[in-house]
Design a protein around this ligand. Structure first.
Ligand code: SGN
Ligand code: CA
Length: 559
């Protein structure tokens, strides 16, 4: 591969030499600015819909380029999504099927290929791999999930550092600093700028507390979903705003107020989660924080006794949206700072700018928060791509693209050959208006992390523009068929409806085909399952999983 590439480079430079006489400069390879946030729902980007928040800066990318309305992930959870992005492979092949085990660094990642091909490479923010990224000239990353205030960073050259301030601002400062002071102007660059926000526990920047703690947001129509019409997976998931959110860690009730009201620490780590984030604030940050959250706590204390379950659900939804969307405000402002820098430094012309998230997120739809399911809000992810001169401004695309496709897209744009075992498809035809070259009509999904926090069962699925066929397996064996056109809210399983018999058979066949094509099968799933359960048995660390259910699973295993 490398040799072929080098020969191609030599040929290119000879061509360039020859054309020098006519004074046409050689085509230069594009820079790549890959912006990714963590858990950013497309419902919370105004380029998709402005019913919750305005994000004028993120929207600039769509105005300059293309908005993908059908972008999805192959496995809706953090580290696996990142592994798929970097390797261009489904989880079962890159080995990062869940958040538990570290990423296998013998995988070939696209940044390594960029580095080998002469690009300058840098990464700032959240990676969540359990080890350091390979192929980077510079990196400053958050350990594990990171925190919102006064964060610690693992750095390539300075070891561990603690930086005072707000994490979203700091990641951006590091990014701009690198662009200004470390960028080698002789080389093209690959910059990965990766936000922690808006990941749980959702702490907005001090400057946004006043505005966001006072706003009221429209409720989704499925806030009170009772999960009838779907199977055990939806019913047994622990992502309900009323039943499973932490009162202190998430809704920001002070632990002493929980005690006063007799609200138990049901998750067993609620108060610790509060302490982990709010406990980090310095005295001035804390004073400012108390200014807005103490009155919320006082008001809640007064009304709690008279609130119905419905009132409590509504209260929790508003609290959730205030904090979640508050953190996005800072992401948007900071994306604006980076775009401004690129503009002011003539870097727009030859730069591909991507904005995406590691997956989508529930903002109260189905009564939920978190992700994991193949249902739209977490299966889909925002994707906005600008490449001035190459991608037509203000365009929309509804093809079924995936995080699986990024590696090959960037490699093609840079003229670097992609390893033949990568499984995505380059988006360059879609980006450049050659849509007839795009043939994909179905995508494959596989989620593994169960039993674990939020208790979403293992499942794999085929998704076409019209249908979703899902198999929930392991401690259940249920099939679900969703008619996406007739039932966009995904409330009714029509798998056993005779009217769908034909389409069901067709989808089964197609799903088998996709599993073959990507090399997934039940033996591989069983291997990952065994490895995971062995680990739970050995460590007894259930990481937020329902203890009773997990104990029972382990008990049954012995039989
Ligand atoms: C933490 C969160 C969960 C979340 C996982 C995975 N709890 O455990 O709500 O689903 O991370 O998120 S927290 O209170 O500790 O934040 S992911 O984005 O890393 O996949
Ligand atoms: Ca995430």
């Amino acid at each position: 591969m490398k040799l072929v590439f080098r020969k191609a480079l030599v040929a290119l430079s000879l061509l360039a030499l020859a054309s020098c006489k006519q004074e046409t400069p050689p085509p230069s390879r594009p820079n790549i600015v890959f912006i990714m946030s963590d858990d950013h729902a497309y419902q919370a980007i105004s380029a998709y819909s402005n019913h919750l928040i305005e994000t004028p800066n993120i929207d600039r990318i769509a105005k300059m380029g293309m908005l993908f309305t059908n972008a999805t992930v192959t496995n809706s959870i953090c580290a696996p999504s990142r592994a798929t992005i970097l390797t261009g492979k489904h989880s079962h092949l890159n080995g990062k099927v869940d958040n538990h085990f570290p990423f296998d660094t013998t995988n070939v990642t696209f940044p390594q290929l960029f580095h080998d091909a002469g690009y300058q490479t840098a990464m700032f923010g959240k990676l969540h791999f359990g080890n350091n990224p390979k192929g980077f000239d510079q990196f400053k990353i958050l350990p594990a999930q990171g925190v919102y205030y006064n964060p610690v960073f693992i750095t390539k050259n300075e070891g561990e550092i603690t930086v005072p301030g707000y994490t979203t601002d700091i990641i951006t400062d590091m990014t701009l600093d690198w662009l200004e002071k470390e960028r080698d102007k002789e080389k093209p660059f690959l910059l990965m700028y990766l936000h922690k926000a808006p990941h749980r526990e959702w702490l907005p920047a001090e400057r946004h507390l006043e505005e966001f703690t006072q706003r009221t947001f429209p409720e989704p129509s499925t806030l009170f979903d009772d999960y009838s019409g779907r199977g055990r997976a939806a019913k047994e998931a622990e992502m309900n705003l009323l039943k499973h959110m932490n009162w202190a860690g998430d809704s920001k009730l002070y632990p002493e107020v929980m005690d006063e009201l007799g609200i138990p620490d049901a998750s067993g780590w609620d108060k610790a989660a509060f302490q982990r984030e709010v406990g980090r604030l310095d005295s001035s940050q804390r004073a400012n924080w108390d200014k807005y959250y103490r009155p919320i706590n006082e008001a809640f204390k007064k009304s709690y006794a008279s609130m119905s379950e419905e009132d409590l659900m509504r209260w929790r939804y508003q609290r959730y949206m205030q904090d979640y969307l508050g953190t996005i405000k800072a992401v948007d402002e900071n994306v604006g700072r980076v775009l401004d820098y690129l503009e002011a430094n003539n870097l727009m012309e030859n730069t591909i700018i991507v904005y995406t998230s590691d997956q989508g997120f529930y903002l109260g739809e189905h009564g939920w928060f978190d992700k994991r399911f193949v249902y739209d809000e977490s299966f889909k992810t925002p994707l906005l791509v600008a490449w001035p001169g190459k991608v037509k401004a203000g365009t929309k695309n509804n093809e079924m693209v995936q995080n699986l496709d990024f590696a090959q897209t960037f490699l093609e744009a840079a003229g670097i050959p992609a390893p033949t075992d990568m499984q995505g498809e380059s988006l360059i035809p879609l980006l450049t208006g050659n849509t007839e070259k795009w043939t994909r009509d179905a995508v494959y999904y596989h989620y593994y992390e169960y039993p674990s926090v939020h208790m979403v069962k293992r499942h794999y699925a085929i998704v076409t523009k019209e249908y979703k066929l899902t198999h929930y397996y392991f401690d259940t064996d249920e099939w679900e068929l969703i008619d996406r056109m007739k039932d966009p809210q995904e409330l009714k399983n029509v798998y056993d409806d005779p009217a769908y018999a034909e389409i069901r058979a067709e989808l089964h066949e197609k799903l088998d085909g996709l599993r073959k094509k990507y090399g997934d099968n039940s033996e591989i799933s069983q291997r990952y399952l065994d490895e995971y359960l062995d680990h739970l048995e050995k460590t007894r660390q259930f990481g937020g999983a329902n203890k009773e259910v997990t104990e029972k699973i382990l008990e049954n295993r012995k039989k």
